[in-house]
Ligand binder design. Sequence first.
Ligand code: COA
Length: 705
Amino acid sequence: MTLTPVFLEIQNEIAIITIDNPPVNALSHAVRSGIVSCLVQAEQNDEVKAIIIACQGRTFIAGADITEFGKTPQEPSLPAVLTKINHCKKPVIAALFGTVLGGGFELALSCHYRVALSGTKVGLPEVTLGLIPGAGGTQLLPRIAGIALALEMISLGKMKKVEQLTEYNLIDLLITDVNNQDKSNINSNLLEQPLVFTKQLLKSNQTTKLIEQKPIESTPPLTELCQQWRDKLAKKARGQQAPQRAINSIENALLLPLDEAMKKEREFFIQCRDSTQSSAMRHAFFAEKSAAKLTYKAKPLTINSVAIIGAGTMGGGIAMCFASAGFNVVLVEMNQDNIDRGISAITTRYQQAQSRGIITAQQANDYLALISGTCDYADLSDVDLVVEAAFETMAVKKEIFSKLDNHCKPEAILATNTSYLDINQIANITKRPEKVLGMHFFSPANIMKLLEVVQADKTNEETLVTAMALGKKINKISVAVNVCYGFVGNRMYACYGREANMLLLEGATPTQIDNAMTSWGMAMGPLAVNDMSGIDIAYKARQENPNLSKDPTYFAAANTLVEANRLGQKTSAGFYHYDQKTKKPSHDEKACQLIANKAKALGVKQRLDISDEEIQNRLIFALINEGANILHEGIATKASDIDVIWLNGYGFPRYIGGPMHYAETIGIEKVVTVIEHFNETLKSDYWKVSPYLLKQLEDALVNNN
Ligand code: COA
């Protein structure tokens, strides 16, 4: 058994430093010190002429150890380790495979040579964690491979396969003929060729390669390129500090000698590391990992074929998710026309993906070939899973589920994509309620990452873990939740929308509300979203809600618009007016007047003093309070699951970490104070502080005493 995560072995003239720190060989303190200690030994040993850095397990180093951020840094720092590697008197060769990310890629860049197994992915994904590369990435990558590639890879944080990088001076040998079949022995297979490569280096007297000190020659197109990326990222990553700092740091490669630019990079890195944005994005990373983990012992069933009931926008999008992951999909509709229309819409969406370069023509054809249609439920006798995406009324769902129960084999799982309805009632219409659950996709289903997996009262563990495993296979971020009206996401969204509607009655304009929320960080304002999805959809859903609030002001603004046939973008009028040609929204006095009349009729006084801060607080604290109620009732098991839902389904800014993380950041005392303030000033029933928050406050007070 290995006691240290790094060990040294000498084979003839070559020292092999191997890192063995499962699961992803992250650069923990022990790994960093281990590398330095082995490097010193290898450098001092006269017998050693060259050094290979290799890894055990499933990947070369996948990055700094994220769990160490926020703790007191321990020496040696990563930049110090990498400087030691680059200044080593003997050639150092990195043997790459798997996902070589962050600090792992920086370490590889500071080695003098890089040998990579084909299929290896490299990247500097730090911006996705609110960071910039902090160990030379913004200097080494531009100096080795050029500014353009560095700007793209670092500011977007996306990985690239080594095959895409052959013209960039990054990989000295691409290994293609390793025995990939023998996965258990990938490491010893992988070492063979780096050893041959190193022996040849020594034979041909190749030596070390120091990274150049002088700045890259700066020409106007390069400085302009930096500015173009700054502008691009200001839009693409609105509100985020890390991408801008990353670009500034990359630009320093044009302006400053290496040592100075590295010092600056470290300063930028520390600013990012200690920022609330990065701590929120790290929270999001671990929250997503933890949402995927259930403690159940049951094993997922094998699913090969899937049927989707309904070939509309939602059903079509769900069919695409499964087909794109290699599943056979049969679309079920009431008549052939509907099937043809559904398949034609899917074909168009695949063609669009192809024309944007997201998939190849071959992939588009392959995925389409997996999709067929039928009008006959008898054709579903052999499918393993059905996802129903039909009309959102209980009567329709019950009819479909009894038919499915009669025609599908007993082992088949029956899922509903309902957004609001009681899945217990749907399950109880079948003779297999243990095999019924919710798989709630978000629109557009083929694009949105979130999948709420809804466990009904009788759903068994096997069914639940199968749906969660499927979620992963179709590239979704799945969160297991329990049944209530709207589940987690839409139940909270109703509170958020309720406050937006109240504020409209009180005199705020749609533009003011939407701008306040987008400037707070939301991807879109709530009223623009409502116009996009159709104001009538939520209106109908409210009518189906058995427990709808009796308060006449509840969603009165939206109801008024629907009743005036202003349904949103599809009628070119909703909360906004839409230009018929360009579809651009603009302020619409008519909508405001309709709402003002309604407010008058309801006795709601309009006021002019509504500030952006009030709008933001009312919408965000309504979310927090409802999230807390959901936790209190056990509808979600942990606060971080709620964050995952909001980050991936509702455009909540990742750099704020989700509503529950935001609440934690500002502290329980402040959260309760703000909600109590609204409870007192708004005098509505909606602002009763959640018992979950009161308990947290009590616990905090006990701990402080
Ligand atoms: N530091 C600490 N732990 C890490 C880590 C890191 N840099 N990267 C991954 N892990 C952990 C995960 O939390 C997970 O732990 P768990 O099993 O206890 O949940 C485990 O390693 C496996 O990761 P997972 O994401 O489930 O495996 P995967 O094969 O799907 O993906 C990676 C592997 C490396 C591609 C992915 O984990 C990743 O993108 N990691 C972040 C890499 C990164 O951003 N590096 C730069 C850091 S500055």
